[in-house]
Design a protein around this ligand. Structure first.
Ligand code: 2PG
Ligand code: MG
Length: 405
């Protein structure tokens, strides 16, 4: 793994904001690129991304000369070096975006040098116990209705997810797209043609009667297609960013979730309370996953930010039984893998996730497959930066068949 050059530049993300792309060339001629996504409903404890131009400068002026001079033979060594070079706990000196772009490019180059698909390389370096019996492929968590900070509508909750229950990625994509399109038709019929306009993650984003109506319409769409046995529902409340004063009253959120769970039986609920409310999460987790065992995944995202220290706290408080893993929350591939290892140790379900501001980089698909995640959270199957992840998953499924999983 001799690097001949690492050159970064600014590129646009899906909201038209600048982000970082890095191109890494090995001396044997292999060239790869990597770019980093950006969140909007970000957790306060996320690693610190610098303005893209500064992160690019840090890659070109500080990181690149080191990478060319030193030979890093594995991901852990490179990432540990970058963390030390940065020297802050939040990666605020070099920028989490500068470090992650370098880290992903290095992982991609390592896989190319070994002539294996990226997911297979990640599976080797993840050092996770094998999950052959349970794992076929990550389930798709498809965000088909956008609200909260991701849309200009009246929904307090950020994401309404459909989660196909299928044996293959290809079938999951078929089922997911069918329900998504049917929901679009139903929205246009019920609310007029602008109702199928899209929010930040490609989901529909009209005003609704209330925060439950999207589930009612999804249930109806799935039933109409006779796919109701093939989809589960989920939600990312992104509760830290809820502005609705009615939901700010004590007990109001808990009451809303109890109603949703009773009526629509979602299997997944992400960030149901404020990112500092470990106890609130724990109350919900005890209520619905108490003595009788787990029936619903209560997942931390802004609560845990892919950070092992916060995960330890959530574990001690019994706040969650599932976790969102976003490499850019922590800022390097190795640390994201360490978070997955800890989640597995705790027995939590692992859901890898894209961000609301995406690029066409499809790393997260390889990551989810590589770590044998229980799920991968994606936007709706619309718009290039969302569709890139679906298409890579479909390709990975083919690669898996050829070489065995
Ligand atoms: C989330 C994400 C991704 P953002 O809250 O889970 O869907 O949103 O990237 O804006 O934090
Ligand atoms: Mg979230």
């Amino acid at each position: 793994m001799k690097t001949s050059s690492l050159i970064a530049r600014t590129i646009l993300d899906s909201r038209g904001h600048w982000t970082v792309e890095a191109a890494l060339t090995l001396r044997n001629g292999i060239r790869v690129t990597a770019s980093v996504p950006q969140g909007k409903s970000t957790g306060a404890s996320e690693a610190h991304a610098l303005p893209a131009a500064r992160a690019v400068r840090n890659i070109n002026k500080i990181i690149a000369p080191w990478l060319v001079r030193a030979d890093f033979n594995d991901q852990d060594a490179l990432d540990a070096f970058l963390v030390r070079l940065d020297g802050t706990t939040s990666k605020s000196k070099l920028g989490a975006n500068a470090i992650l772009a370098t880290s992903i490019a290095f992982a991609r180059a390592s896989a190319a040098a070994k002539k294996v698909p990226l997911w297979r390389h990640l599976r080797t370096i993840a050092k996770l116990p094998a999950r052959k019996s349970a794992f076929a492929q990550p389930r798709l968590f498809i965000n088909v209705v956008n609200g909260g900070l991701h849309a200009g509508n009246n929904l307090a909750f950020q994401e309404y997810l459909i989660i196909p229950k299928c044996r293959t990625i290809a079938e999951s994509v078929d089922v997911g797209t069918a329900v998504y399109h049917e929901l679009g038709n139903a929205l246009v019929a019920a609310k007029g043609k602008t109702a199928a306009n899209l929010g930040d993650e490609g989901g529909y984003a009209p005003d609704f009667k209330d925060n439950l109506e999207p589930f009612a319409m999804l249930q109806h769409a799935a039933k109409k297609l006779k796919l109701d046995k093939k989809v589960d529902f989920g939600m990312d409340a992104a509760a830290t960013d809820i502005k609705d004063p009615a939901l700010g009253r004590p007990g109001a959120l808990m009451k809303a979730y109890a109603a949703i769970i009773k009526k629509y039986g979602p299997i997944y609920l992400e960030d149901p309370f404020d990112e500092n409310d470990f106890e609130g999460f724990a109350g919900l987790n005890a209520e619905f996953n108490g003595e009788g065992g787990g029936t619903i995944w209560i997942a931390g995202d802004d609560l845990t930010t892919t950070n092992v220290r916060l995960m330890e706290r959530a574990h001690a408080a019994k706040s969650v039984n599932a976790i969102i893993i976003k490499p850019n929350q922590i800022g390097s591939v190795s640390e994201a893998l360490a978070a997955v290892r800890l989640a597995r140790e705790y027995g939590w379900a692992v859901v890898a996730s894209h961000r609301s501001g995406e690029t066409n980089d499809d790393f997260i698909a390889d990551f989810a497959y590589g770590v044998q995640a229980d799920g991968l959270k994606l936007g709706a199957p619309a718009r290039g930066e969302r569709v890139a992840k679906y298409n890579r998953l479909l390709e990975i499924e083919e690669e898996g068949k050829k070489g065995g999983r």
